[in-house]
Write a protein that binds this ligand. Structure first.
Ligand code: PGA
Length: 251
């Protein structure tokens, strides 16, 4: 972990969560207010249907919220889409863009992801820009080349002046229970850091780099100890307050 950066632990609920799930947020909020103050920013990215509710109920415990995707435009004729302005209006501070499930399931390109990150900036949100190689790309020794290319194109130029978060999520580790070794994580995170410094100078030092992909209470501590890992993007293990709290406590 890089000590000068406040880490971020962000929960990505994906397409999970009904009104009944609000009780997990309540439980987490109670755990966070009862225990010692977390040494990180804690964010929940619920489905859009729960965003305003969770933003309201979690505020007093210091939990912040984020959306899971946004459209590049702030409003208009885009049936079914949601804009960064709408997410901000519902209380969000973050928005995930370029998650591999959107890249794969909705054909999102690096160029599109970059315009979504720019829409986030325009709405005053911090984008969490996701990158990561597939299993085949790692097998072919292409992991760093792929991630380097994604970072180069998905991260907008404005990132040098505005808060931005990058999440390294190997596609093969998402939801599978598989994780890279800490050495593999270190290698990719160091590569991203070097690339950001080369491109943005000093501000490249302070961009938060999250790891994501089967992060859970049992492995969070080891992963968070890695230099240049400044937090985690947590899917499955963020749905239950106990598990998510255990990861937050590992910081
Ligand atoms: P996972 O998902 O923790 O369930 O592997 C992480 C993510 O997709 O952000």
């Amino acid at each position: 972990m890089t000590t000068s950066i406040t880490p971020l632990i962000a929960g990505n609920w994906k397409m999970n969560g009904l009104m009944a799930s609000l009780s997990e947020v309540q439980k987490l909020a109670e755990m966070l207010t009862r225990g010692t103050a977390p040494r990180c920013t804690v964010a929940i990215c619920p489905p859009a249907t729960l965003l305003a509710r969770i933003s309201e109920m979690a505020a007093s415990s210091g939990i912040v919220t984020g959306g899971q995707d946004c459209h590049p435009a702030q409003s208009g004729a885009h049936t079914g889409d949601i804009s960064a302005t709408m997410l901000a209006d519902a209380g969000a501070q973050f928005v995930i863009v370029g998650h591999s499930e959107r890249r794969a399931g909705h054909g999102e390109s690096d160029d599109l992801v970059r315009t979504k990150a720019q829409a986030a900036f325009a709405a005053g949100l911090t984008p969490i820009i996701c990158v990561g190689e597939t299993e085949a790309e790692r097998r072919d020794g292409q992991a760093e080349a792929v991630v380097g290319r994604q970072v180069a194109t998905s991260v907008p130029e404005e990132a040098q002046a505005i808060d931005v978060v990058i999440a390294y999520e190997p596609v093969w580790a998402i939801g599978t229970g598989l994780t890279p070794t800490t050495d593999d994580i270190r290698q990719v995170h160091d590569m991203i850091r070097a690339q950001l410094i080369e491109r943005f100078g000093d501000s490249g030092q302070t961009i938060r780099l999250l790891y994501g992909g089967s992060m859970k209470p049992a492995n969070a501590r080891d992963i968070l100890m890695v230099e240049n890992v400044n937090g985690g993007l947590v899917g499955g293990a963020s749905l239950l307050a106990n598990d998510f709290y255990a990861i937050i406590s590992a910081v």
